[in-house]
Write a protein that binds this ligand. Structure first.
Ligand code: NDP
Length: 267
């Protein structure tokens, strides 16, 4: 039986084992997929032991995506842009890393939700690891402009400077965002799970606006969007499943169906 796992801290809430078991069942592949809790001190050794003991692939989640990147011998272009990986595999004793978070989000938004990002005015709230992973894939969709806001302003500046190839990422303060409207507003802060209300003005919700929260459940942000007549709202379950499907393709070279998973896993 092929061995896989997701490493993070905390990790008990992770839905990755269920999702990958469902993908594997579609192809009759027998897999073992575990959750592994690591600490910053033992993360590297946990990864090396996993592969030394015959493990095939790992997903990496908070807070280890940057540490995992540093462990890799080879990484994809998107991972290099992000400086972070969420998928690892081992071949000929070399560790390979990729980042499927951004592609998972873009697939969910453009295909599942049928929302084109091209030429849109996009507001992204947050400047943590998730934003580092999604910025480049969103830029590849050619939005008109991306505005980044973050509680810690300097972190948004740092990200802008890393990705701003065509001057199409702007940084603003929370209080300045009400001077514009947006077609796509993405909450990529970790406030979703904490019931925190972000200081956003309802005037920023533009016509036909999609409000998307990366967190897996309906948050205060999505509640705010609904109350203020956003055209569409969505939480991050679709992204979670699509990034998992892309990991599955990397490991098994087979594309799983993601349709039924949305219903079955979260019912
Ligand atoms: P990080 O810890 O790296 O970043 C957290 C971000 O949230 C920072 O920008 C931080 O601002 C901001 N933040 C935290 N508390 C507050 C607050 N009270 N008010 C305003 N801003 C706040 O986390 P990640 O970037 O890795 O993850 C962000 C979210 O995305 C998480 O909820 C995670 O579960 C989700 N996620 C979902 C995925 C999916 O597949 N659906 C994939 C990856 C992530 P500051 O810089 O000021 O600290």
């Amino acid at each position: 039986m092929k061995k896989f796992a997701v490493i993070g801290n905390p990790i008990s809430h992770s839905l990755s084992p269920q999702i990958h078991q469902q993908f594997a069942a579609e192809f009759g592949i027998d897999i073992c997929y575990e959750r592994i809790k690591a600490s910053e001190d033992d993360f590297k050794q946990v990864v090396l032991n996993f592969f030394a003991n015959g493990g095939v692939g790992l997903n990496i989640t908070v807070p280890f995506k940057h540490m995992a990147y540093d462990l890799c011998t080879k990484t994809s272009k998107i991972s290099k842009k992000a400086g972070a990986v969420n998928v690892l595999f081992c071949k000929d004793n070399l560790i390979y890393g990729d980042n499927t978070d951004g592609a998972g989000l873009v697939y969910d938004v453009t295909k599942n939700l049928n929302f084109s990002i091209k030429d849109k005015d996009v507001l992204i709230i947050g400047a943590g690891g998730a934003v580092a992973g999604i910025l480049y894939p969103i830029l590849q969709q050619k939005p008109n402009v991306i505005t980044l806001i973050n509680r810690t302003y300097q972190k948004a500046i740092t990200l802008r400077d890393r990705f701003n190839e065509n001057d199409n990422i702007k940084v603003a303060n929370f209080k300045d965002t009400n001077k514009a409207t947006y077609n796509l507003i993405i909450n990529a802060t970790s406030t979703g799970l904490k019931n925190i209300v972000l200081p956003l003005d309802k005037k920023i919700i533009g016509k036909n606006c999609l409000c998307y929260d990366l967190s897996y459940k309906d948050s205060k942000f999505l509640q705010w969007a609904k109350e203020n007549n956003a055209k569409k709202i969505a939480n991050g379950k679709g992204m979670l499943i699509e990034q998992a499907a892309l990991s599955f393709i990397i490991w098994h070279n087979k594309k799983p169906s993601t349709d039924g998973i949305l219903v079955e896993t979260f019912a």
